[in-house]
Design a protein around this ligand. Structure first.
Ligand code: TMP
Length: 237
């Protein structure tokens, strides 16, 4: 398969067309961003690590029955994916209080949330990804009611699969964000799952092993991502 032209450049990933219209190349760059893209830096090896981590986690979800966009690894920092029609929403699930939930409600960071809290955000950096709900989706036609409920269901299903996977490797899946698209009339999990889009804490020390290290100006992000990969058994050679 030949990588052709750049179709879309996001904050940390780039999509390229290929010689097959239904297949794209998803490239993970070394960029890292916060504050809706106002703060951007480069971290050597991050694209490579996240490409491998994303492929590993998406493969686990796929094997457990979640339909994902991934097809096969394409290079050290890119993967062949299905060409989805993306829905402009972020599906967030929280097993413990952290991040914007702590800010919004004043709950102590780390408080277990049972059942997990589900949040929906509209993807719009200019408006800081505002929180929305199913009524907005209907009025603005972002996604059908049927597909929205399927996406929500897959978000909870993914949480069950991944909470177990991480917990077996000594990690707490604090929260995460998923994005979905439509391919041949079916709901498919798209975008990525990596420590950029999830919070992962060490079970014993509660040390952060995700993008909060960057958001909070701490050192050791690449080492933490590598440790996540090592614990999962992802081959980084
Ligand atoms: P939040 O606490 O900032 O709402 O984030 C919840 C989870 O979703 C956290 O794991 C980070 C992830 N997330 C993204 O990956 N991208 C985003 O744009 C947002 C708002 C959250």
């Amino acid at each position: 398969m030949r990588k052709m032209i750049e179709l879309y450049r996001g904050k940390t990933k780039t999509l390229y067309s290929t010689d097959e219209p239904d297949v794209l190349v998803l490239e993970f760059r070394d960029d890292i961003s916060a504050l809706d893209g106002k703060r951007v830096d480069q971290l050597n090896r991050k694209g490579f690590i996240n490409n491998k981590l994303n492929y590993f986690i998406m493969s686990k979800l796929q094997k457990a029955g979640v339909q994902t966009q991934i097809k096969e690894l394409y290079s050290h920092d890119s993967t062949l994916v299905k060409n989805l029609k993306m829905v402009p929403l972020e599906f967030v699930l929280r097993n413990r209080a952290a991040g914007s939930l702590v800010k919004r409600l004043g709950i102590k960071e780390g408080t277990p949330l049972s059942p997990p809290v589900f949040d929906l955000f509209f993807k719009n950096d200019g408006k800081h990804d505002p929180m929305v709900n199913s009524s907005y989706c209907k009025t603005f036609g972002w996604v059908s009611e049927h597909d929205l409920s399927r996406m929500r269901e897959i978000t909870f299903q993914s949480n069950d699969i991944l909470s177990t996977l991480f917990s077996e490797r000594g990690l707490i899946l604090v929260d995460f964000k998923l994005e979905f698209g439509i391919f041949q009339n079916e709901v498919i999990l798209g975008d990525e799952f990596s420590p950029d889009s999830a919070r992962l804490w060490d079970q014993k020390t509660l040390n952060k092993m995700d993008k909060d290290l960057y958001r909070q100006n701490q050192v050791g992000l690449i080492e933490a991502y590598e440790e996540v990969a090592n614990r999962l058994g992802v081959n980084l050679n």
